[in-house]
Design a protein around this ligand. Sequence first.
Ligand code: ATP
Ligand code: MG
Length: 763
Amino acid sequence: MGGFAQPYLEGLNPAQREAVEALNGPVLMLAGAGTGKTKALTARIAHLLATRSAQPNEILAVTFTNKAAREMKTRVGALTGHIEGMPWLGTFHAICVKLLRRHAELVGLKTNFTILDTDDQLRLLKQQVAAAEIDDKRWPARMLSGIIDGWKNKAWVPSQVPVAESSAFDGKGIELYAAYQQRLKDLNACDFGDLLLHMVTIFQTHDGVLKEYQERFKYILVDEYQDTNVAQYMWLRLLAQGHKNICCVGDDDQSIYGWRGAEVGNILRFEKDFPGATVVRLEQNYRSTGHILGAAAGVIAANKGRLGKTLFTDGDDGEQVRLIGHWDGETEARWIGEEIEAMQRGTRGIDPMALNDMAILVRASHQMRAFEDRFLTIGLPYRVIGGPRFYERMEIRDAMAYFRLAVSQDDDLAFERIVNTPKRGLGDKAVQTIQTTARTNGVNLVEGARLCVEGGLIKGKGGAALRELVQGLDRWFAQLRAEADTHVEVAEMILDESGYTTFWQNDKTPEAPGRLENLKELVKALENFENLQGFLEHVSLIMDNAQDEQDDKVTIMTLHAAKGLEFPAVFLPGWEDGLFPSQRSMDESGLKGLEEERRLAYVGITRAEQHCCISFAANRLVYGQWQSQMASRFIDELPEDHVEVLTASGLYGGGMSAAANPASVGMGSHLHDKAASADVYNSPGWRRLQSRSQQRPVAQPQESRNMVIDMTASSSHTVGDRVFHQKFGYGEVMEIEGDKLVIEFDKAGEKKVVAKFVVGSAQ
Ligand code: ATP
Ligand code: MG
């Protein structure tokens, strides 16, 4: 080994080095947040390569998110310099897609199978439920989707589901599952859960294939092992039975996917599964300040049934965790926006920070909207990772359906989506004719449509339009394979020739320009991929869309998606009972759900390096209803020494509170003792707010929301004002037309934009 440069070993502590250098045999690294587990795992890959213990393609490394995989790739690249080829590095799903494409025929699929998203999956299940004549009010398809996902996470094919599990759906659960799987096969498609399930099935039934990969993968590495489900666990165990060089790292305190079938027991069982395993424990935290660690430790200590770990840091205590209460979700978003701007400018008594170094981690994705709206209004750049997002928008899904059909004409779901989008005069009846023709002839819908065209089964304008569509689909299918044009060019062609772009160009709704922008973004995103199939695969797999990562933006994401990541400053809003911990976990009997929520709180706090701010609101609009909220029980568990309670007084000055005051509710009595005694509620600002809410006539929630919007939209722009717009930057108001402004932008030229997305600029 001595002959190789080993820079990746420098800066590791002795325990980490042990985990890196114990190359042969099973290794378990069990340690708390921020102790360098992922760092050690990455160094281990570098070590395997540098010592030539394995070829890159003999290493299999599983990460939990695509973002983590990307980061690890970069880190391995940096550590090892130039090495030919890259290890198999990705999420369980990404790796399984790759394998499944090679062996698709073993489970009755073709290599170019499609991966359905949850929307398609649901549509398909609805059809199954309807076909079985089951009352979908009593047994909604969404529930079936949850049940089937659960079974797949346990690696059960229909014949393996215990009968006792199948009382739902009038006792037809297993039958529906089997029918659904058959339908997927007919469509040459699989859902997310199938990626693993099919691979486990293949490994279990084709010894030759399993042996091949057991031989191939000399070294297996798994990050975030505490969150593997049974199917993933079985897949790993099967593969590792070859060389038994498996290194798993995890933290039982960060197990947060129990609701999705993850079994923290897997990590506890490791030593039994792999006798003689080297177990490494790490205790030094390199990420967070003392106060942040102290706060996190205080919260997690309330969980029972932990392995129990100590964490220490050599670093400073730093700033205490900040805690602040707000009137409602809007004021919370407003305050955080101001706080972020102050941190960016360096006017909060700390050095200026980049927006990239700040993150807002929410419990539920519906919390994101308030931040998005607010940041759009003040022109604060942000990115949203996870949750409903770019690729789930209507125009993107439509465009992708076209792309999917260009890749595979078997994709009936995609065809159903676009057959009359844009409108071609093909109503339900025409679609039914196509479906019937396809069914009778045992062909896919594109073929069915072709038969309809040739047989003259659909008359008039619709018939002509259908002919054009089928010809288009054939042309795009051929063009994609001819390779005369790049896949990006073909994609643009598809959007133009299908009439889809024109459709939005002619649309007069205010959203249309944004949708066209999105379509442009989509085509731009294609450039990063070798071909269309690779791109579609990527989209179905992503949990995070990290576009333009070089730009300086605040990150907004869910706590679940933030696992394994770190940020110098973290905001944790919405710490209220019913939101965090979630209502469901509180309603459950037993502590299981609540303990998982608490681990999520621990994950949240431990993402922060230097600054952590927890907040809650006394009122929150949840699904259109105002609710008065109680501060989270987790707030009571924060050790006082590590927390600074901020007074909210500054918040309610000026005219802001009048508009933000949604309803009169007696908050103080709802709040937990600890939080109620906190200064927030004794502050002059809070009392002022309360007395005001008693004096004023109670504003109806909807009304007050309009007031908030009015205020931020500010119709007070006048011609000649300098303004700022999130997308187009700085410009000057030329004309005012109702709620729209015509603006001459410095860079983007003249545009008509909605006034509420424009803010006055001092510049
Ligand atoms: P999590 O449980 O949150 O996934 P982790 O245990 O995987 O955390 P890492 O992300 O690997 O922790 O490391 C946390 C931070 O500490 C990183 O910024 C990493 O670079 C740093 N770090 C890890 N080990 C060391 C070390 N020996 N010396 C200095 N810094 C370290
Ligand atoms: Mg990690």
